[in-house]
Design a protein around this ligand. Structure first.
Ligand SMILES: [Zn+2]
Ligand SMILES: [Zn+2]
Length: 264
């Protein structure tokens, strides 16, 4: 498996997971033109995209989903609840119908020839928000973002994954001491918003296991976090939990800037 983050955060979320024969785009929060450019930089074309997975119906995750449906007519997989919301959403309602593919709960859904997918619901103030466990051969990739707090199910999946992409949205001191209105501070931090660096670090301590090779920190806030703070917090959690040095690759996924193509 290979992974690339095209963009991560409120500026737009879009990730690509590549298997030997097929690829899955996770969320479509950046323009189709930008994705084309990023693919070209990797010497790849649209033909490497086989399906799209959607985590939830916030603009930073679905802003360009309508264009992807219109231009590429790829199957778009998400929960029935989210698909019903996408059929009503102004960004997607015109184009989503023919692309709709509903995921079944609590089973492996064969989404492409390389990838089987299960979803798990995470707490967030969208119609619904899901994390994904994605199986490719023997490997398990787990992505959990836009998550007010962790759940036993999310921690379970992460605790058996070889790669975990997890939100590390804000530094608590920066958020509380910053100039966001109190209502917005509450929205972010009160359990159905986003995961703080501290909560992310705590989660890492809980899901760390010997088979884990990669941790990628995603959806960093532009106003209430820095890549350095998020990295240091997660690094400290790994050290505290006794991870052997050099066994786990820890990386911050930057806002608006693509990561290299990463071998998982
Ligand atoms: Zn988001
Ligand atoms: Zn969201």
């Amino acid at each position: 498996m290979q992974f690339v983050s095209f963009s991560s955060g409120s500026c737009g979320n879009c990730y690509l997971l590549l298997g030997p024969h097929s690829g899955i785009l996770i969320d479509a929060g950046v323009s189709i033109r930008r994705v084309k450019k990023e693919l070209e930089a990797l010497h790849l074309g649209y033909d490497r995209l086989s399906a799209i997975l959607v985590t939830h119906d916030h603009g930073d995750h679905i802003r360009s989903l309508g264009s992807f449906c219109k231009r590429l007519t790829l199957p778009v997989w998400t929960t029935p609840t989210l698909h019903d919301a996408l059929l009503r959403h102004p960004f997607t309602r015109e184009w989503i119908g023919p692309c709709r593919q509903d995921l079944s709960a609590h089973v492996w859904n064969p989404v492409t020839e390389d990838f089987d997918v299960q979803y798990f619901v995470v707490p967030h103030d969208a119609t619904q928000c899901v994390g994904y466990a994605i199986r490719c051969g023997e490997e398990l990739f787990v992505l959990m973002t836009d998550m007010g707090h962790t759940t036993p199910e999310a921690l379970h999946w992460a605790s058996i994954a070889s790669t975990v992409v997890v939100e590390s949205n804000y530094d608590e001191d920066m958020l509380l001491g910053g100039d966001y209105p109190q209502e917005l501070k509450n929205r972010i931090s009160h359990g159905i918003g986003h995961l703080s660096n501290r909560a992310c670090a705590q989660a890492i301590g809980q899901f760390l296991h010997p088979g884990l090779r990669n941790i990628f920190l995603c959806h960093l806030s532009g106003n209430n976090n820095t890549p350095e703070l998020a990295y240091a917090s997660a690094r400290a959690a790994l050290e505290e939990a006794g991870a052997a040095p050099g066994t786990i690759a820890l990386r911050v996924l930057h806002r608006g800037v693509a990561s290299p193509l990463l071998n998982l």
